[in-house]
Design a binder for this molecule. Structure first.
Ligand code: KDG
Length: 335
């Protein structure tokens, strides 16, 4: 009897959801959702989660189609496709948005966040939302932040346990002035390249090293072409889920609601998945033969000091207010 009651309740609930989806104003749509990492990465898993969740919410009317491995282009190429209305959605690094909204460079300043709790509070709070809103006038809608994670250094030349060990290393960085200035100040030779070209650049020794979160080092198989990993956690790197404003403005209120709800659910899934994966990633990379150095707090303090000119340059070039705002928000969480 109990099973029968449960089945009836479940059937009514599903019917209710289905009829709610029918009643809502959803048009059948295909949503091209591009991203740069592998399908089996924290980024790829979260895009799939978003697509499945949105289909469920809309009775399979809104169908997000994942396109991974930068198959729709690099972050900046996809940003331009969204602005032009040639693609509907993407997820990518906030660091590659500085050519569109310069203030996003504030997230690239080294040693800002001490932990994920601080990052979540600031990104999901008034500061992160206000910065995302600045994208609208540029033709992009910032929906939610996901976690790329704390970035660490890899190279083929030598173990890096202190700043001097970076001397002369050709280090690929994102195409972003803060990263270029920061690593040049550490003594490396910063080489800005799109993520989509990174594995080949490492394989052909065009560059000696790179810096990314351990999840990316694992999912992009950088361990196949990199020997040394240094745990520096020098920057907390956000991803941001973006929609084309041209496309977004043509959607109904119900479709906006469903996409926003699916985006929020995907954010919570992605952060949990990324944090669980990163705990296991270092052991995985060791098993793949990488030699891991943990950089001491003393050395990190020296790097923080050395990176100060990169901070000062960003502030001098119009970033002073946004730095103050961000630091004030971080202080609130730290209390
Ligand atoms: O498309 C890849 C980007 O979203 C992101 O992973 C960028 O961390 C990044 C890097 O190093 O380019």
């Amino acid at each position: 009897m109990k099973f029968l009651v449960k089945s009836i309740v479940l059937a009514l609930a599903m019917t209710g959801a289905a009829s709610a989806a029918q009643a809502a104003d959803y048009k059948p749509r295909i949503i091209r959702f591009g991203y740069g990492l592998a399908e089996d990465s924290n980024q790829g898993r979260a895009v799939k989660f978003f697509a499945d969740d949105l289909a469920k919410r809309t009775g399979n009317k809104l169908k997000a189609r994942p396109f991974g491995n930068a198959s729709l282009g690099s972050d900046t190429q996809m940003q331009n496709a969204l602005i032009g209305g040639a693609q509907e959605m993407m997820v990518g690094s906030t660091a590659t948005l500085v050519g569109i909204v310069k203030d996003f460079g504030v997230y690239d300043l080294p040693f800002l966040f001490n932990n994920e709790k601080e990052a979540d509070a600031v990104l999901d709070g008034p500061f992160g939302q206000k910065l995302a809103a600045k994208l609208q006038e540029k033709g992009l809608v910032g929906l939610v932040y996901w976690e790329n994670g704390f970035r660490n250094l890899t190279n083929t030349k030598r173990p890096v346990a202190k700043m001097e060990d970076m001397q002369g290393i050709k280090l690929r960085v994102m195409q972003n002035p803060v990263y270029i200035d920061m690593f040049n100040s550490f003594g490396a030779n910063a080489v800005p390249l799109p993520f989509s070209e990174l594995f080949t650049a490492l394989e052909t020794k065009t560059v000696d090293g790179q810096e990314n979160p351990v999840n990316t080092i694992q999912s992009s198989k950088f361990y196949e072409v990199q020997k040394y990993l240094s745990i520096t956690k020098h920057v907390y790197s956000p991803w941001i889920v973006l929609a084309s404003k041209k496309w977004w403005d043509g959607l109904s209120a119900d479709e906006h609601k469903a996409i926003n709800e699916a985006a929020a659910a995907s954010r919570d899934f992605e952060r949990k998945d990324s944090r669980e994966a990163s705990v296991k990633a270092i052991d995985f990379l060791k098993e793949k033969g990488m030699q891991v150095s943990v950089v001491s707090d003393t050395e990190l303090a020296r790097m923080r000091e050395k990176a100060k000119p990169a901070f000062d340059k960003f502030a001098a070039e119009g970033g002073a207010d946004v730095i103050k705002e961000l630091q004030a928000e971080i202080a609130k969480v730290r209390k």
